[in-house]
Design a protein around this ligand. Structure first.
Ligand SMILES: Cc1cc2nc3c(=O)[nH]c(=O)nc-3n(C[C@H](O)[C@H](O)[C@H](O)COP(=O)(O)O)c2cc1C
Length: 246
């Protein structure tokens, strides 16, 4: 099939998409969101099954979900001592709050942990939050639950019947969607944070049996806040290339 984009343009475009963590309140029309979803449907899929569904939350629906998330976050984070991720699971259990559909919190494997720590330190360093300033770190993380001010949050559900391949298909769909958002002048933030409490989302949509909340994607127009200039480093490709056996 013919195409009219050269490799250098693709490289520059793909590399220029970065996560947005501060949005303008400017509304995004639903027909533009539909356009992003239609572009995202050009992604490949396991036997073309498209084993995922999307909930669109804007206006009052978005505000209701955010309010519930923020209430739960405040209850959970109030119980936290330094070290959000490790303690959050404990806090949730202690407060008996609703569980996520997927296991959102799990300890990072030893070989991946340094990468997670690096991006966290780099991001907080970029916006001037000191490592020991747990309050400021928690407040920044809590912004997830206002979707960083985005007027729209999408919620991605995957069919549990295809296991890992549903999740993989959803990932391909999400990346096309976020690139389409970028091409349309919008910013996006994939949010695992939005899958922590499934119940506030589940009650807003008619969700077929077997569909589980994987994550959210905040969508809107990026502000000029410096957080949006953050460039997460990329690993050299050698770090992910398997060495062949002799
Ligand atoms: C599935 C998924 C979940 C994510 N969850 C969050 C989140 O909850 N909050 C957040 O600020 N960023 C989240 N991110 C964004 C990543 O931190 C970001 O993609 C990574 O640091 C690379 O930066 P870049 O997107 O700017 O290239 C998520 C990304 C993915 C793919």
């Amino acid at each position: 099939m013919s195409h009219n984009i050269d490799a250098a343009s693709f490289k520059a475009f793909a590399a220029s998409r970065r996560t947005t963590r501060d949005f303008l309140p400017t509304a995004v029309p639903e027909d533009l969101i539909d356009k992003l979803i239609a572009d995202a449907m050009t992604a490949p899929s396991w036997s073309n099954t498209r084993p995922f569904m999307v909930g669109i939350a804007s206006g009052e629906r978005r505000d209701r979900i955010s309010k519930e998330f923020l209430n739960r976050w405040q209850a959970a984070s109030g119980a936290l001592s330094p070290g959000i991720w490790g303690k959050l699971k404990l806090a949730i259990t202690r407060y008996g709050l609703p569980k996520s559909d997927y296991k959102v919190f799990r300890p990072y494997p030893k070989d991946l942990k340094p990468r997670q720590q690096k991006v966290g330190a780099d991001l907080y360093g970029h916006i001037g939050i000191k490592r020991e300033d747990h309050e400021a770190r928690q407040a920044q993380w809590g912004r997830n639950y206002d979707f960083f001010g985005a007027p729209v949050s999408l919620f991605i559900f995957t069919h549990s019947g295809l296991g890992e391949y549903s999740v993989s298909d959803a990932g391909l769909f999400m990346q096309n969607l976020m690139l389409s958002a970028h091409a349309n002048g919008l910013g996006s933030c994939a949010q695992g944070a939005s899958a922590l409490w499934a119940e506030p989302v589940r009650k807003e949509f008619q969700i077929p049996k077997d569909y589980k909340l994987l994550c959210g994607i905040a969508i809107g127009y990026p502000s000029t806040d410096m957080v949006n200039d953050f460039q997460a480093e990329r690993l050299p490709i050698q770090d992910i290339k398997l060495k062949p056996n002799d």
